[in-house]
Design a protein around this ligand. Structure first.
Ligand SMILES: Nc1ncnc2c1ncn2[C@@H]1O[C@H](COP(=O)(O)OP(=O)(O)OP(=O)(O)O)[C@@H](O)[C@H]1O
Ligand SMILES: [Mg+2]
Length: 485
């Protein structure tokens, strides 16, 4: 059955009045079936003699929603939440003024403030951990330093668990914090077997179990590091346990040389249990921490104490620059265990814990376990971990792609609810996009970001933020002194 042909009209934007009149007349005729379709007369469909497929089209009319009527949609109003999906950055309503001033919201044109505890309280984020990622010299440390220093003026505290370049020392000095510098030639001694401040909630027995567990883990980690991952024999575990128990019985706060002494000269009871040489190989593995390149750092009672009231504590390991990877790992394990004992105290107040150049720590199995624990228990301890690294691809050097170690390290990035991305090179973007859950629009922005400007992903909100620093801050936080002509 032949149907009456109707058409979609193509109206030139500069259509004159007479042309409009003629078109309308033709349309009227076409609808009435008196003439051939008007589009043929107007020559709008040259080369298409059949015209458009108009089968099943409805007749023109006010309800057909097609035809010669121009569309005049009514102004549409939607919430910023709805628009944010279509126009990220631009339609953000902001995170509010509470918290530490970071800088300006580039697209929102307002001030940008941030505080993980405030945002957690408001339900914007579900965890206080932060990751800052960006290529060399883009302003990651500057952002972290200004955030930490300003947060301290608002009553927060900070601990820098890794400072391999020593660049947090001036920050600590500026805010009245304390610096613990370990390394060859430094007089400071840090005993990684220190118990640390005790939590009020724990009974005597619970506290002893916590300390014992921490000491055991460290000793096993030090031996594994020396053996490059070769696992310890069950007999060796027993020997190490017995040596630790005997050292603790003799001295409430044992040191590594004491444990080593009991391993080399086991008691009668230990000898009966593990044989005369059961702990000898472990002793030799552990010896490097008290002699050799780490001698005089972690092998005596601490000459410093963790000052829980100090606004900032920095573990400066810059004197170890140039040391072997193994020595750096051993030092990181000892330093971090000591610091962890101090910061994982629920009574210690709210504290930001910084891991600058964090990829080195992620590559270390023991440190990764420690960091994962701190990530997981951040809310319990009232700490906000802040990990700084260059690119996600750095994790590719850890194990193979399916290794549990690499997946765990990646997990720390993906679990961080605040992700700050500074400029990334194009070839690093794909991994960053996947690991940090960036959209295409965000990736496009990240590749173009100038120095000092970062993309902040806070929960599921996005902001482009220019970190504003004063000239006084710049003179303390800058890392460019050695680049000056
Ligand atoms: N927001 C800023 N305002 C002004 N200058 C800045 C800003 N951010 C960074 N800079 C300048 O860039 C330099 C490098 O910054 P920063 O040390 O933070 O880089 P980085 O990303 O941590 O580098 P690296 O990867 O080498 O650790 C600073 O010394 C400072 O001079
Ligand atoms: Mg840096």
């Amino acid at each position: 059955m032949k149907t009456t042909q109707q058409a979609v009209t193509f109206i030139p934007s500069n259509e004159s009045r007479s042309a409009k009149r003629e078109r309308r007349a033709l349309q009227g005729q076409a609808v009435a079936g008196q003439q051939e379709p008007f589009w043929k007369k107007l020559g709008l469909l040259a080369g298409d003699e059949e015209g458009p497929d108009t089968t099943n089209r409805q007749p023109f009319g006010p309800h057909s929603l097609k035809g010669p009527h121009r569309l005049h949609p009514a102004p549409h109003r939607a919430s910023t939440m709805t628009f944010a999906a279509a126009y990220p950055f631009i339609t953000e309503s902001g995170l509010g003024h509470e918290g530490t001033y970071i800088g300006s919201d580039v697209f929102g044109s307002g001030a940008f403030s941030y505080d993980p505890w405030v945002l957690y309280d408001k339900g914007v984020i579900s965890g206080p951990s932060i990751v800052i990622i960006g290529t060399v010299g883009t302003g990651k440390s500057m952002c972290a330093k200004s955030f930490v220093a300003r947060s301290i003026t608002l009553g927060r505290k900070a601990a820098v668990a890794s400072d391999p370049k020593g660049e947090w020392v001036p920050v600590a000095n500026a805010v009245g914090g304390k610096v613990i510098s370990v390394g060859p030639g430094r007089s400071t001694r840090v005993n990684p077997l220190d118990a640390g401040p005790r939590s009020r909630d724990l009974s005597n027995a619970q506290w002893q179990a916590v300390v014992r567990q921490r000491r055991r883990q460290l000793l096993v980690a030090l031996v594994s590091l020396m053996r490059q991952g070769v696992p310890m024999h069950p007999v060796e575990h027993t020997a190490l346990d017995m040596a630790l128990t005997e050292a603790v019985a003799a001295n409430e706060t044992p040191t590594l040389p004491m444990v080593l002494g009991y391993l080399l000269n086991p008691s009668k009871e230990t000898r009966e249990l593990v044989g005369p040489d059961g702990g000898r190989a472990v002793a030799h593995s552990l010896r490097r921490t008290v002699s050799g390149d780490l001698e005089g750092m972690f092998d005596a009672p601490s000459t410093v104490s963790f000052d829980a009231d100090a606004p900032m504590m920095v573990m400066d390991t810059s004197a170890l620059i140039g040391a072997s990877e193994q020595a750096l790992s051993l030092a990181a394990a000892c330093g971090a265990t000591w610091l962890e004992a101090a910061i994982t105290n629920p009574d210690g107040g709210k504290r930001i814990v910084v891991y600058d150049e964090g990829w080195r720590m992620l590559a270390d199995p023991y440190m990764l376990v420690k960091m994962s624990e701190q990530w997981r228990l951040a809310r319990t301890y009232g700490i906000a971990n802040l990990l700084i690294m260059h690119k996600v691809a750095d994790l590719n050097e850890i194990g193979d792609s399916t290794s549990g170690h690499r997946q765990k390290a990646l997990g720390l990035l993906t679990e961080a609810d605040t992700r700050i991305i500074y400029r990334q090179k194009h070839d690093s973007m794909r991994l960053t996009k996947d690991a940090l859950g960036l959209t295409e629009a965000e990736c496009g922005q990240v590749e173009e970001l100038p120095k000092g400007v970062g993309l902040w992903k806070v929960g599921n909100r996005s902001f482009i933020v220019a970190n504003q620093v004063t000239s006084d801050e710049l003179s303390v936080f800058s890392t460019d002194h050695r680049m000056m002509p």
